[in-house]
Design a protein around this ligand. Structure first.
Ligand code: TA6
Length: 286
């Protein structure tokens, strides 16, 4: 059987006139991805409502990062090295290399290569590809990095996903019990997780090492499954009130509206030989 015509997915002007790819699967599931940073900003499963937080104060300009959705972190997570916070590619213009519909999904792939400017910060040649597939109650996002230079390089990375939540007080993250984690909100001290459900009663900014493939974002009315592959670590972040107030692109009470659960490769940087390719993915099930 032939797939239905690709009538619904299209590249359109988004906020700030920045181009965004809208994906619409045959069953009505939707995703939106800005070429700026290849940042997914919206995911609406076939049987549901918006699952990503996107700040009403987010800037949509080429020199700012979009606050919400899935910022792509590469080649440095956070401030773990000398590069700008969370690396370079979330501020760079990616190109749409492919978009298509199948009988049950809509998908698109975005590509980015190193530039003179990226090499000034990080002197390596790379090809980054982000594949986004939406359909039914699932969104799959896969980041692939190819070393196109003549020398090996190492990087850290992540998919910094902002989930929209109804009420922070009744939201928990489950699946990380027993893991060693580093608490960035309390002096980068190492701990072992004893809670079955991580609660948000203050700032949470933790890197869980060697995380399991599946973590759950649990709310009273729904649970989101978050499956990671290729990323060894999981970051859980909520800034709480005081830290939230320091972000110019967040409203004072926005911290109540999102929790970040991030598939990340931090503790063991990914090493790539010339020509070698790595990929990591985060698959979300509503
Ligand atoms: O992943 C959590 C984190 O590294 C926090 O420390 C926090 O500051 C955040 O990401 C957001 O970073 P950004 O550069 O987007 O403001």
């Amino acid at each position: 059987m032939n797939p239905p015509p690709d009538f619904s997915s299209s590249l359109v002007p988004g906020a700030g006139n920045l181009p965004k790819q809208v994906l619409v699967a045959p069953d009505g599931a939707r995703a939106e991805i800005y070429l700026h940073g290849a940042q997914v900003t919206s995911w609406i499963p076939a049987s549901g409502s918006e699952r990503f937080f996107l700040s009403r104060l987010s800037q949509f300009t080429t020199d700012a990062t979009i606050r919400g959705g899935i910022p792509v972190v590469f080649p440095q997570f956070g401030l773990t090295g000398p590069l700008p916070l969370h690396g370079l590619v979330r501020l760079m213009p990616w190109e749409l290399s492919d978009a298509k519909n199948s009988t049950d999904t809509a998908s698109a792939t975005f590509r980015l290569r190193d530039t003179d400017d990226s090499r000034r910060h990080w002197p390596h040649a790379f090809l980054a590809e982000l594949a986004v597939v939406v359909g039914g109650n699932q969104l799959a996002v896969t980041l692939a990095i190819t070393n196109t230079s003549a020398e090996p390089f190492a990087f850290t990375s992540g998919l910094h996903t902002y989930f929209s939540i109804a009420d922070l007080a009744t939201t928990t993250v489950a699946g990380l019990t027993g893991l060693r984690y580093c608490d960035a909100a309390a002096g980068w001290v190492d701990h072992q997780e004893t809670a079955a459900h991580i609660e948000f009663t203050g700032e949470v900014n933790r890197i869980y090492f060697d995380a399991p493939a599946e973590v759950r974002l649990v709310e009273p009315h729904r649970t989101t499954l978050i499956r990671a592959a290729g990323f060894a670590d999981t970051v859980v972040w909520n800034p709480a009130a005081a830290k939230c107030a320091t972000f110019s692109d967040l409203e004072p009470d926005d911290y109540r509206r999102f929790v970040c659960v991030e598939a990340a490769a931090i503790a063991k940087p990914i090493q790539l030989a010339p020509g070698e390719r790595w990929q990591g993915s985060q698959t979300l099930l509503a």
